[in-house]
Design a binder for this molecule. Structure first.
Ligand SMILES: *Cc1c(COP(=O)(O)O)cnc(C)c1O
Length: 386
């Protein structure tokens, strides 16, 4: 008898691209501008229209978006940034690149987001920025974080790599902090292959971010130091980088953005199915979305009740073709950060969260049969191992 065919591997996330996305890219490839042309402004205008933010600065990764946001907020040597360790390393490392120090504050046990009380204990007069992460697409408690930042006159910044399209108290992500950084990596809410953007209502912050995106270069005569320059003149006024997002990718972004609402709706429907169908599995703790939030459900983070069972459970799910992941090993426990002096026990809630965490496959193009397969496999494997 022939062996049963292996079921296909179901990743935790992947892009959703259609023929019209491809056509949008091809049209730019046939035109005059591959980069720094009209598609950049079209994409930035579309991001503003979608979120309600007044300024958007497109850059070539979410990491770059954090870097330009921190530069825009004035972060530099002598400053501190307070954030949570339950995130991708870039949230912290971009602050270190600017010569600032990072203080990690612990997370809320229900959402995995920066805990306002822990952030309040971590801020000081040296704090220049408080950075919340909308972990898994679930917005942080932005009103409470705003109070914490105001107390020390710091900027409130958002790492919204997971949460474009989500809302907090009816307000769109992009309007909840002084500046918001998002990512367009293929697993994220929309994709430009690599890419990201800064959103802000602060014109000066956005201007500085755009300057940093392109070598710290100024081309606007109003901001020149040389008051009688020739028509060829530009000025390098800061130590920037080349973080520009090409027109080719901005065109993909414009096309993807028209589908954001549909993508988020599909993610919410899948998450709702998981929440009801997995509720009977006693060995698992499901996510706890708050009532004042509409999550974007970038990931569906489960926790096994006993940390010691996580590894065999994870391995058994992988063996059955489910591309489960762990989001994240806490940043303060990465070797580079341990070398800076951070220690296990610094953020016990985040450490416990990670030790039990596992993210399920969740992306808009999953079929109902894919969703049913995930639920059925979890039922079987948890009966066996949890
Ligand atoms: C993806 C991600 C980033 C970095 O985005 P890139 O586009 O991969 O550079 C930063 N923070 C969080 C929370 C992310 O998930």
């Amino acid at each position: 008898m022939a062996p049963e065919p292996e079921p296909p591997f179901l990743p935790y996330g992947r892009q959703s691209l259609d023929e019209d996305d491809i056509a949008a890219v091809v049209a730019v490839l046939r035109g005059d501008w591959l980069t720094t042309g009209p598609a950049v402004e079209r994409f930035e205008a579309a991001l503003c229209a979608q979120t309600g933010a007044q300024h958007a600065v497109a850059v070539n990764s979410g990491t770059a978006a954090l870097h330009v946001a921190y530069f825009g907020a004035g972060l530099g040597p002598g400053d501190e940034l307070v954030t949570s360790p339950l995130t991708f390393a870039a949230t912290a490392s971009m602050a270190l690149h600017l010569g600032a120090k990072v203080r990690f504050a612990d997370v809320e046990p229900d959402t995995g987001n920066l805990d306002p009380a822990a952030a309040a204990a971590a801020v000081s007069p040296a704090t220049r920025a408080v950075v919340g992460i909308d972990y898994a697409g679930h917005p942080a408690d932005w009103n409470a974080l705003r109070d914490v930042a105001n107390r020390v006159d710091a900027r409130l910044l958002a790492d919204a790599a997971h949460s474009l399209g989500a809302t907090y108290q009816g307000k769109q992500v992009g309007l909840l902090a002084d500046a918001t950084a998002t990512s367009f990596h293929p697993v994220k809410p929309i994709t430009t292959a690599e890419g990201g953007a800064l959103l802000s209502d602060d014109p000066e912050l956005a201007r500085r971010a755009a300057q940093f995106r392109s070598h710290g270069m100024v081309r606007d005569a109003e901001h020149f130091r040389d008051k009688d320059p020739g028509p060829w003149h530009y000025e390098i006024q800061a130590l920037g980088l080349n973080y520009r997002l090409p027109d080719v990718l901005c065109a993909l972004g414009v096309s993807q953005l028209t589908k954001l609402d549909a993508f988020v709706a599909r993610r919410r429907a899948i998450a709702a199915t998981y929440l009801t169908q997995l509720a009977p599995l006693e060995g698992l703790e499901l996510p706890h979305p708050r009532a004042d939030v509409e999550s974007g459900w970038h990931i569906f983070p489960l926790r096994v009740r006993e940390a010691a069972r996580r590894r065999p459970f994870f391995e058994a799910l992988r063996a059955r073709g489910l591309g489960v992941q762990v989001h994240y090993e806490p940043v303060h426990l990465q070797p580079y950060y341990l070398d800076l002096g951070f220690r296990p026990g610094d953020c016990p809630v985040a450490e416990d969260y990670t030790a039990r965490a596992l993210s399920l496959p969740l992306f808009p193009s999953m079929s109902d049969a894919d969703v049913a397969r995930v639920i059925e496999t979890l039922g079987e494997v948890s009966a066996e191992l949890l």
